[in-house]
Design a protein around this ligand. Structure first.
Ligand code: HEM
Length: 447
């Protein structure tokens, strides 16, 4: 006997939308306590979503990915990343594009990037002044933006590179609070009435970015890219099964997608890692011991294999999911998930946050305890910071490598401290969640 429909939140849909924008974590906690592992919400002007947090249900979704439209569910992101983005594609087009984009982010290619990540980190950390506070999240954003520009775009100098950096930062900072993020969720605010309106400013920065990217692509087309190892060159050289290369519009939208999906997410996770490591002196001590065991000449790929460092990275991603829910999955036909029969066009959304705070999987979930990842192996539906199935994050390997290498490089060379020893809240930042205030820190010495 199948259940008909999960419990539905009864408050007005406009109120649910405001709560979702303002505090997506509190909202989910409240209703999961009331309704359990599955419930549905209605967001005014956007649609209805079924939120799921049982690993079995999530496993059923991942294993039947082809029965959902996922790109269609990401429509809200289209004004930012362009309609040729991998994130917005479905079916054969999505499979083809992923095949083109995947190789530069995995395997041997990653080894080539490792050294570069350590160099970038050292160069940015060398600008710290002893005793002068800095905001961990913004500093980490400088690192991750540099990683994307150098590794993905292959830009290390020149006018275009100098222009892209402040442009991207200014663009993403436009949604740095719940209020400023609301324009992403409220279509009536998406009016381009020139640069004196927030949306107009957003679009203007997007146009400027597109122009710079177009100029870069055009220049590359006139040059021999054979010896370049960056992702843009690899993308330009890639051919699909019909021998077709990616078009300029596809390249631009994919670059923007990677920039958008890849740099704030990694920077935010790093800021949380620094916060937790400096809140827990035993964790810092264990990390130092592990790093010291490698001796003087640290090899980046050896660092990336360290078990405790890996567990610290996993535990950070567990406690602080950068996006509160996975991509929405829209049913293409009637489907049975978790004992419920869902009609076509129902949107299912697995909650990363609720899964990662399940007591039955992660006892004492509010506690930062990397050891849990050394004591137990979690299945792909019990631990989902990078999602799963055919949509698993394209950059998951690069992101984890970067988090570990940046953390290891900084901790091996500097002694840092938190400016204030108080709890930090998660706050909405566009589609992501980030530490409120960005984690102020101070350099107190060298190691
Ligand atoms: C800590 C860092 C990161 C986190 C937590 C993260 C998380 C995620 C999540 C949860 C998804 C959705 C998966 C799903 O719904 O099943 C996703 C998708 C995606 N991520 Fe990441 N991500 C990170 C870093 C990156 C990086 C560094 C890149 C690129 C270099 C990247 C590129 C993408 C792309 C392109 C997609 C869409 C995949 C598709 O639609 O097939 N991400 N990411």
């Amino acid at each position: 006997m199948l259940n008909q429909l999960p419990n539905c939140i009864t408050s007005p849909s406009w109120l649910q939308l405001i709560q979702w924008i303002a505090d997506p974590i509190g909202f989910q906690q409240k209703y999961s306590q009331k309704y359990g592992d599955i419930f549905s919400m209605r967001l005014s002007g956007i649609g209805s979503y079924v939120i799921l947090s049982h690993p079995q249900a999530i496993q059923e979704i991942f294993s039947q990915d082809s029965k959902f439209d996922i790109g269609r569910g990401n429509k809200l992101a289209e004004p930012l990343i362009g309609r040729n983005s991998l994130m917005l594609m479905d079916g054969t087009r999505h499979r083809r594009e992923r095949k083109l984009l995947m190789p530069p982010f995995h395997g041997e290619k990653l080894q080539a990037y490792a050294e570069q990540i350590c160099l970038i980190t050292k160069q940015i950390a060398s600008q710290w002044q002893f005793g002068q506070p800095f905001v961990a999240r913004s500093t980490m954003q400088k690192v991750s933006l540099e990683v994307i520009l150098q590794i993905v775009f292959g830009l290390t100098e020149g006018e275009r590179y100098q222009k892209l950096k402040p442009l991207m930062t200014a663009w993403l900072n436009m949604t740095d609070s719940p209020l400023r993020s609301s324009m992403l969720f409220l279509p009536f605010l998406q009016q381009d009435w020139g640069t004196w309106t927030p949306w107009g400013q957003m679009k203007s920065r997007q146009r400027d970015t597109y122009e710079l990217l177009q100029a870069e692509i055009a220049e590359r087309r006139t040059k021999n890219n054979q010896n370049r190892g960056d992702v843009l060159s690899l993308m330009m050289a890639a051919r699909d099964e019909n021998g077709q290369p990616m078009t300029d519009d596809e390249l631009k939208d994919e670059l923007l997608t990677i920039l958008f999906a890849g740099h704030e997410t990694t920077a935010t996770t790093l800021a949380w890692a620094f916060y937790q490591v400096h809140q827990n002196s035993d964790v810092l001590e264990k990390l130092h011991q592990e790093l010291d065991s490698l001796g003087e000449n640290l090899n980046p790929m050896e660092i990336a294999q360290l078990p405790y460092l890996t567990a610290v990275c996993q535990e950070t991603l567990r406690m602080y999911p950068v996006i509160p829910v996975l991509f929405p999955r829209i049913t293409k036909s009637s489907i049975n998930i978790a004992g419920y029969q869902f009609e076509p066009d129902t949107t299912l959304m697995p909650s990363i946050y609720l899964v990662h705070y399940r007591e039955d999987l992660y006892p004492n979930p509010q506690q930062f305890r990397p050891e849990r990842f050394l004591e137990r192996q979690y299945s792909p539906s019990e631990y989902i910071p990078f999602g799963g199935g055919s949509r698993r994050c394209l950059g998951y390997a690069l992101a984890q490598l970067e988090i570990k290498l940046v953390l290891a490089t900084v901790l091996s060379n500097y002694q840092l401290a938190l400016v204030e020893n108080k709890p930090i809240r998660l706050q909405r930042r566009g589609f992501t969640l980030a530490p409120d205030g960005g984690v102020p820190m101070v350099t107190i010495g060298k190691r």
